[in-house]
Design a protein around this ligand. Sequence first.
Ligand code: FAD
Length: 419
Amino acid sequence: MTRTAQYDLAVIGAGIIGAATALYLVEAGKRVALIDAKGLAMEASFGNAGALAFAEILPMAAPGLTRRALKWFIDPLGPLSIPPAYAPRIAPWLLRLLRAGRADRYQAGIEAQSRMMTLAGSEMDALLARTGLADMVHHDGALELYETRQAFEASMAGARQREAHGIALRHVQGEELAALQPGLAKRFAYGTFLPGWRTVSDPHVLARSIGEAALAHGAVFLKDRVTHIATRDGGVAVTLRDGQSVQAAQIVVAAGAWSHQLARQMGDRIPLETERGYNTTLPSGAFDVRRQLTFGEHGFVVTPLDCGLRIGGAVELGGLQRPPDFRRAQAMLQKAQAFLPGLNAAGGTQWMGFRPSLPDTLPVIGHSTRHPAVIYAFGHGHLGLTQSAATARIVRDLVLGRPPAIPIEAYRPDRFQLL
Ligand SMILES: Cc1cc2nc3c(=O)[nH]c(=O)nc-3n(C[C@H](O)[C@H](O)[C@H](O)COP(=O)(O)OP(=O)(O)OC[C@H]3O[C@@H](n4cnc5c(N)ncnc54)[C@H](O)[C@@H]3O)c2cc1C
């Protein structure tokens, strides 16, 4: 039997982006349906590295990417991989990635990311304060580590960009480095400490708690897959797999790495791909890690969380269908054993998540170009947790017909047609 419901907004996807957006919208007095096929924060928002990485303003297509990528490709279990069968599918996305690295676009990307991060910091603080979740954030900074002077010096251009955008950092060596992370292998002689970096105690618990706050404020959760969206009578009809139809005045597509499939139904072709990432969470006590450690040359981070020590990262450009290849998680764990001598690598839980990524490292936030009742909020790549509150704030501004908190031209859905 078909049932019709009436909401001001249907938010599709209850990852950290959809959950935060639903909360902002119910706080603004809107009647909201939050719809997810799996539950609250069960995909990328479940098992990420938990960083509020407000310092991460550099686009992926940074100068030197091609050189680094070629080096990484040599190792089939290295930080960057493309399953051969997926190479033809990902090729257009890679071309756009290379184009985003052109000097003018790269700089424009930094400016857009920097504005977003400034908003992300203030909105996240406000969100955590009013939901009573501020205790879930550790203000302990992050330590980026380098093995060679050459690698350290190669990071300087990025460091100067960060400093020019007001991001505090300190280059550390010797005793200061050892004090920031005791027990680190001696091969890591250089580091950069980012005091403004934060980590959450558990990304899943935080995202779920934000979703629960939205429900406590009156949002209705519908656990089902959205199979179809269609504009109707000035609003949008959302069809669920069980045959229900949800009618809403506006919808927000926040379906992470699957969002382009819904956008296509609206006639918007958006080059969203997934950067699949892997990790292993070891039982607490596996090593006394004082703050998030970034091994950039090896493409992974180590994060102390309430649920254990999470070791992972990597990028596998392999699409949404291929089963996980957990040898990637194992390869990073083995490296971590060498980098943190004495690490107890037993008893870990492996995970793979689908980062939703656009080639210019910026999300898509804004109205569909064809249907003003459809708003997009997806494609945050490596930074969705970090930028969730900012995204929710912008979407709320759009829904309320207010000027967005920051200019959103750089995030518009049709920007790839303009390039
Ligand atoms: C290994 C790894 C480490 C990371 N580390 C960090 C980090 O430290 N800091 C950071 O900021 N970010 C990090 N990220 C990125 C971050 O996890 C993502 O950017 C973020 O979780 C994306 O949130 P989302 O809500 O857009 O997507 P998701 O969390 O994937 O949520 C999308 C939701 O939409 C639902 N959905 C999809 N299609 C439909 C449909 N048709 N109908 C109904 N529901 C649907 C899915 O079930 C899912 O719940 C990391 C990612 C990975 C993989």
